[in-house]
Ligand binder design. Sequence first.
Ligand SMILES: O=C(O)c1cc(C(=O)O)c2c(n1)C(=O)C(=O)c1cc(C(=O)O)[nH]c1-2
Ligand SMILES: [Ca+2]
Length: 677
Amino acid sequence: QELSADAITQAISAVNTEAIIANKEATRNWPTHGLDYEETRHSKLDGINTENVSKLALAWSAGLDSRRGVEATPIVVDGVMYVTASWSIVHAFNAVTGEKLWEYDPEVPKDYAYKGCCDVINRGVAVYEGKVFVASYDGFLHAIDAATGAQAWKIDTIENREMSYTITGAPRVYKGKVMIGNAGAEYGVRGYITAYDATSGEQQWRWYSVPGDPSKPFEDDSMKAAAETWDPAGKWWEAGGGGTMWDSMAFDPELDLMYVGTGNGSPWNRNLRSPAGGDNLYLASVVALNPDTGEYVCHHQETPGDNWDYTSTQHIILADLEIEGEARKVWLHAPKNGFFYVVDRTNCDFISAEKFVEVNWATGYDEEGRPIEVDGARSRTEPWETIPSAYGAHNWHPMSFNPQTGLVYIPAQGVPLVQQHNPDWQLNTHVPGAAMSNLGWNLGYLFNTVAPTATPFGHLLAWDPVNQKEVWRANYVSPWNGGTLTTAGGLVFQGTADGRFVAYDAKSGEMLWQTPVGSGVVAAPSTWEKDGVQYVTVAVGWGGVYGQMQRATEKTGPGRVYTFMLDGKGEMPEMVEREPATLVAGVPYNPEDIGPGAALYVSSCLFCHGVPGVNNGGNIPNLGFSSADTLNNAAELLLTGAFVEGGMPTFEGKLTEDEVKKIVAFIQGTADAVRPK
Ligand SMILES: O=C(O)c1cc(C(=O)O)c2c(n1)C(=O)C(=O)c1cc(C(=O)O)[nH]c1-2
Ligand SMILES: [Ca+2]
């Protein structure tokens, strides 16, 4: 089934995505990140269903030329698929045959990896009236001709390039405007979201989520109100404040409101950021904005005075539910902090919140919607294991809501982590642009001073939002499983950290079908129809903040997109096993260097490479399994940028040869310590 180039051009150019999204019943496409404005990820298609899903088989698969995390939801419009991989590269395919149509490389400088916390990932594109929009890791918004892959325009969204801003999220188009936020709250930035005209690229509005320097005029009343909730003694504006809106949005055309989730504080530690306390608005909140003007309308803050990287950027779903006999327009939210929220989206009034995993920072929420914090949950000078940890009880991996079962399908998890107040933190140690080497300082916490005691877990959680309770779960071998999709065929689809793509009965949780896909999956699948045939597509490629240092399977394929159909005749690619790794041995070092080397390692290496010989290495190598040659030549390799093309920054001017020697001592010393005797 060939698509002529002319047909593609015509089809894509004619598409008014807004009309498709508004007319949901007729949607045979997957036109926007969350499928619809409400971001339900519930498809009305039922050609593939509980009765026949066992016959699901590969239609085609294609490589994405990516060795880092793939987090994109594939967008499909009229038989053309747009999917992004690492380094924000866009791939367009004939969705039925898998034929590659074009590729668009925004040419992100490889040393940009240095400015981001969580892998060089991208969550996908937006499409609108013949254009494809991608926001690149280096902070540009690109408009691409959907038919040819040629650049239409490119705009710099970053107002201060001295700071470590990046973009990982998928843009959304509401009312002819492209909406995009940014990332960087681990490094000291001030979060904002901007709207651009989808045709011209002209900036329409910008809304900041946290106040700036109080000696300057406030941008709007919401910033004035927010400033009252921060202690000026913390000089938060010099550390950025945070609140980055790096992932979720949703839109209600009837109420004419858009919703955006905000991130954590910068630094994490409120004691340092705002010593007198305060809620620090609008951190860790869901905020309703006017989509035409960007004006603040209302908000609900889930973690007042965030202290733990409890971002509320997680996927927002809009739903109409009957609660205590009353029809309510709500948003549903399962942020990092472990509570599931139901909030009235007409006015941001709190309805309910219940823990969906074990939680030790709060016991619940009062009627006003404020958490009842556990005494001593913040500002501890001794190490404390916060549950959930900064990895979140649920991270960016999208959830889905099926109105037929009334259930939300959440990729729930636990990744234990111990944190401790950093008494040496100083604001002025922040060197703009020199992000990674200051990370330990900027967070205001110390890590891994003692080992956590909780056990990591991951499961697919089917949650009843009306009664706020678990209905079923499917357990996995590891945290960090893929986003979910649910369908009118009574199914839930999810990829797993251990390299499978699985279909469940949405009602009962019974596993009905699965296939290996050769790599851990973090992204969410999409489903679509062409010429009366339903397809399911998932992009695989292990990565993200957990996947860059840990893995759950030895199967290690590069990024790949798989499309399945009933009785598909595609040939599954070969599943490649990872080479067994051995702990590095025999590199000479001075044992006295291990202590100082550990501190240097934590601030410069830990976030990507994990603990040497302990984390098993995800898509970024664990240095405890380096070759002795690499460690012996570490100074030369690190200080000359030998690995820059792979995304490893040069540490020239950031570390001295002597400091590298100390880091090597820590790596070899740790490898020796963990080697089985
Ligand atoms: O504060 C931020 O600006 C920010 C940005 C991002 C990002 O853009 O990916 C992540 C986080 N925080 C974060 O806390 C986090 O756990 C996380 C996981 C991932 C990922 O893609 O796997 N990104 C991010
Ligand atoms: Ca964060």
